[in-house]
Every structure is written in C-alpha cells, then in structure tokens.
Design a protein around this ligand. Structure first.
Ligand SMILES: Nc1ncnc2c1ncn2[C@@H]1O[C@H](COP(=O)(O)OP(=O)(O)O)[C@@H](O)[C@H]1O
Ligand SMILES: [Mg+2]
Length: 557
C-alpha cells in the first residue's frame, strides 16, 4: 500500500460509517473481492477495532484542475467493537477520529468467530452466508440455556433449520457416539419430523397415553364443563365430586389424604364423576311422610333433589367426552392405569431397553378442541419435572450448583398456534403453561425453541424472553415490524435483509453469537417431510381410483 492514505473514514454515526477510497484496487485484499456484505475493520485509537459490514458502494466524480477524479464511497454498518478480544455491540464506543480502515481477511473473520467461543462450548450449525469457508460457532451453553426463536415465512427453511440444530445437538462428539445426554421433545403439529429423526421416541394419538387426572383445575373445567355458561351448579358438583373421588382412590395415610385438593395430581375415576352427576340430576329425596291412601299407601313420599334436571347439559357433555373415541388417548382405560412415572418416562424417551434423545409428539391426530389442554398438560408435566428435580437435588446436596443435570429442550413448531397473542379461551391453557416456562423454565433446566411463520401472532411475553433469534426470510410487513421491535436496534442494515434472504439463510442474533451475522444454515442429514404436494405433477398423471371403502373404514375407526 502507498504512503498516501488511500482509504479514510470520513464520518462515523452510531449506525453508519462512511469511507472514502481513492483507489479501489489498492483497497482490496489479494484474491478476495469486496462486495456488499464484506467485513471491514476500522481501527480506533485505543486498541479497539470496529467491525463493519459493507452496505453500499458509490462513485463520486469531481473535477479538479480540469481533470476528472473518481473517489469511491463505501457505507458500512457497524456490527460492534472488538477490544482486548471482547466484542461489544454498537459502534459508538469508537474513539474518534479513527486511525485506519482495512478490509478484513478471511483468516481474520474466521479468527473472530472461532476465538469468540471456547472450543468445548462451540456448537456449530452454520457458515457465514457471504463466505462458506467461515464456520460460525455459537456458544452451545448460552444457546440452549436461553430460549430460542426461529421465525420466517413459509418455505424460508424453518423446519430444516430446526432439524439441523437438533440433529447436531444429539450427535454428540462424533457420529459413533449416539446416546448422549441431550433431551429434546418436539411438538409436531404437521407430522413432519419422523423422517428427520428416525431413531426418535415417536408418539402419536395411537400410542400417546395422557392421564386426564393430571390436568389442573382450569384445564379440567375447560375440557369437561361449559365454562361460558357460567353455571354455578355444574362447577360446584364437578369440583366436589373430583376432590371426593381423588380421596376415595388415594392410597396414602390420613395425613397425606388431608392434603388432597382440586388440583392435586392423583387419580380420580371420570366414570364415577359422570355417575355421580347422573344421580344428582335424577335425585329424588324422601320427605319423611307416608302416603296414607291409594296404591302407594305406606310408601314414603318423595320430592325432587335440589339439582334435579339441572345438570342435564353437564351430564351430556361429560358423557360425550367419555364416549368420544378420538379422545381415547386422554380418557381411555390406559389413561386410568398409567402412573405418574410411566407418564414422565414416555414423554422424556426413557425406555428400559431403548432410551432416546429425541421424543416426537405428533399432534396431527389430536382433535382441535383439546389441542391446547394436551400441549398444556405435557408442557406442564415437563416444567414440574424440572422444578421438582431441582428441589430434590438441592435437598440431597444443598450446595449443588447445577440445578438440573438432565436439562430438556421443548420445541414448538408453529408456536403461534399454542401461544398466540390472543386471550381466546381455546388457547388459554397452553398459553399459560408455555408462558410460565418462558418466564421460569431456565432456572429448572427447561428451555423453549419456538418456530413460527407468524411471529406477530405470538404472545409477546414469550417472545421477549427469547435470547437467541434465527430470523429467516420474512415477507409480511407486520411480522417484520414486530421482529424488528424485539431485536437490538444496533443491527442497522442487517435487519433490512430479512425480506430478501435465500432459503436456509438467516440472521443469527443473540447472546450465543459474537456478531449478529447473516448465515447459511447447514443442510440437515435426514430431512423433515415436506407438506408440499406436487399438484402439477400429480394432476398430469393418469386418473387414479380411490378406495372409498378403506377411507370410510379409517373415518369410522
Ligand atoms: N439450509 C438450507 N439450505 C438450502 N436449502 C434449504 C435449507 N433449509 C431449507 N431449504 C430448502 O427450503 C425449502 C423449505 O424449507 P422448510 O424447512 O420446509 O421451510 P419452512 O419450514 O420455513 O416452511 C425446502 O425445500 C428446503 O429444501
Ligand atoms: Mg415448516
């Protein structure tokens, strides 16, 4: 480079650095061409280096002594400052005036990323989008310890990203080491993930067994009684009969029995609750007087019980639920027999012979009206597990530092369907359970990974608790606006890229990564199954016959 200053910083703003370059050829680095998205280093006076990413080039032509001269102007957006090997976001820390500006070499960029995370904490699932030679590790502890959000329009690559992340997480040190201590539960609403995780503990409505008696009082009422009718009688009878029935079936001593309440997660028999309701609904009570004449002479006179005929709606509702075959996974015989321990084992993939890191809960067959309580119940059981497990560990070893040595990641695909930004009753249960995990789960080793194509429809409480964002192509302006609002405002132009990202490209931001970066997510090994039906190809084929008999059979199963 010549002695003359070739490239000079001419302005520094918090969100922009302007650089004047006389000879662009000299500003380049051998073998690496500068382009929009390339990294620059701007040196301050006190060993601080501002990393900035090129946003645009322009050429300024001016005339001097009758000769036209060209200068190049580069606008770059600051990502943050590296000082003594540590990165801080934003550009306003740079001492002014800056001394020098240079393009950053591939090696330098590599170094920044690799050195940002200690080797044993590196978790790596992507490369820098502008240079596939540069791997971007995140800090695996910080990544999984804080809630994660993956947002992007349909087709942007969320499901693949989710699969890549989880496949990488369960692969452990190398591919031969296949049962590590990672624990992941995926709520799979579209039956997508079985193909991505062929070894997973796979649960769907056919083999899922959930104990209805572990539902809490709110969920029970939402499910079994018509809460909108606000019928005091229904609620009273329901509550009293459940408490009494829990006590009746409880095997512990009197002291333990006295602790039983409405929400206590111990068995009650739903058929006995129905029987009791029926009895109350048709109850007749002796008055103490006798008939003195007529055919009934000598028999006691009767009168209708106080709830006679008043519980008909409630009885019908209960009866319909109990007889609804689609709800067998929650109310069937197996749900009565399953124990607390078996429930946890099933959900966490602990099987005596065949443990699994990943459990897939395929919700595609769960009727819509019970989706919320189903998700709520499972989420709550896992949260309670974390809570109790921490308590237990603290009792055994009071100075225990790690709260949970079997931490769990709960993955919600299409999260806006369980935790929407709405107060509708039908979402209340799952929203409440998941919000609680968002607020408190970290302490107990339960974290969330939420994926959604409609981030603006997700509860803000949940979103604001996420510390790691993978923002993929997002085209809807309302969603873009919502995501921008939640992200740090020092991102500058990176965030403007959201609508134009390619498939599998993402803006990776959060505590786990040194610089907010546009990355290309690695391809996953086994792909999730796509929901895209190739209409045009199928329509071009010959007319296909339909086995209506078989369809009917399945329908009536
Ligand atoms: N990391 C990636 N690199 C390249 N292509 C990808 C990547 N991730 C996804 N794709 C492609 O993008 C398409 C949509 O991905 P998908 O994960 O189903 O999106 P979404 O879940 O957001 O709807 C898929 O056909 C897939 O092949
Ligand atoms: Mg998807």
């Amino acid at each position: 480079m010549s002695d003359k200053i070739n490239a000079e910083v001419i302005a520094v703003f918090p969100n922009k650095v302007k650089i004047k370059v006389d000879k662009l050829e000299d500003f380049k680095i051998a073998g690496e061409s500068l382009k929009v998205g390339s990294y620059l280093k701007v040196y301050g006076n006190d060993n601080a280096v501002l990393m900035a990413i090129i946003e645009n080039f322009s050429i300024d032509v001016s005339e001097k002594d009758g000769v036209a001269t060209r200068t190049h102007l580069i606008e770059a957006s600051p990502l943050g400052i590296i000082k003594n090997g540590k990165f801080t976001r934003g550009g306003d820390d740079l001492t002014i005036p800056p001394k020098e500006v240079q393009p950053a070499t591939e090696e330098e960029i590599k170094k920044i990323y690799i050195e940002s995370v200690e080797e044993k904490e590196q978790f790596s699932f992507c490369t820098l989008s502008s240079n596939p030679n540069i791997r971007i590790p995140v800090n695996g502890n910080k990544f999984f310890n804080k809630h994660i959000a993956i947002v992007g329009s349909t087709g942007s690559g969320k499901s693949h990203t989710l699969s890549t992340i989880i496949q990488t997480a369960v692969n452990g040190k190398d591919d031969n080491f296949n049962l590590n201590n990672s624990h992941i539960i995926i709520f799979d609403i579209h039956s997508e993930y079985k193909s991505a995780f062929p070894d997973a503990n796979f649960i769907d409505v056919k083999n899922l067994i959930l104990p209805y008696w572990m539902l809490n009082s709110e969920e029970l009422e939402e499910f079994f009684i018509d809460t909108e009718a606000n019928d005091h009688n229904q609620r009273y009878i329901f509550k009293e009969s459940i408490i009494e029935n829990r006590i009746k079936h409880f095997k512990g001593n009197d002291e333990e029995k006295s602790k039983i309440h409405y929400d206590y997660p111990t068995f009650f028999d739903i058929e006995e609750i129905l029987k009791y309701a029926k009895e109350k609904n048709s109850e007749v009570i002796g008055t103490g007087e006798e008939y003195s004449t007529g055919a009934k002479k000598g028999q006691e006179k009767t009168t209708q019980g106080s709830l006679y005929g008043k519980l008909t709606n409630y009885v019908n509702r209960l009866e319909n639920k109990i007889n609804d075959k689609r709800l067998g996974f929650l109310l069937g015989e197996a749900s009565k027999k399953i124990t607390f321990g078996e429930t946890i084992k099933q959900l966490m993939g602990y099987e005596d012979e065949n443990n699994s890191n990943v459990t897939i809960i395929d919700l595609s067959g769960v009727p819509f009206e019970v989706l919320s309580i189903t998700v709520s119940l499972i989420s709550r059981i896992i949260f309670e597990y974390g809570y109790i497990y921490k308590r237990m560990r603290n009792i055994i070893k009071p100075d225990e530092k790690i709260n949970n040595d079997i931490p769990v990641l709960l993955v919600y695909e299409e999260a806006h369907k369980y935790v929407p930004n709405s107060d509708l009753v039908k979402y209340r249960s799952s929203k409440k359970s998941i919000e609680r995990i968002a607020k408190e789960g970290r302490k107990y080793g339960v974290t969330l990974l939420l994926a959604s194509q409609r981030p603006s429809e997700i509860s803000e409480t949940i979103f604001s608790q996420c510390n790691n964002f993978i923002a993929m192509r997002l085209t809807n302006p309302i969603d873009q606006g919502y995501v921008k609002k939640l992200l740090p405002d020092t991102l500058g132009s990176l965030i403007e890229k959201m609508p134009s990202l390619k498939q599998g490209e993402a803006l990776l931001i959060g505590e786990s990564v040194i610089l907010p970066s546009i990355v290309q997510i690695d391809r996953c090994k086994n792909e999730p199954s796509s929901n895209d039906i190739p209409y045009w190809e199928l329509w071009k084929q010959e007319w296909k016959n339909m086995d209506i008999g078989k369809i009917r059979e399945e329908w009536y199963k």
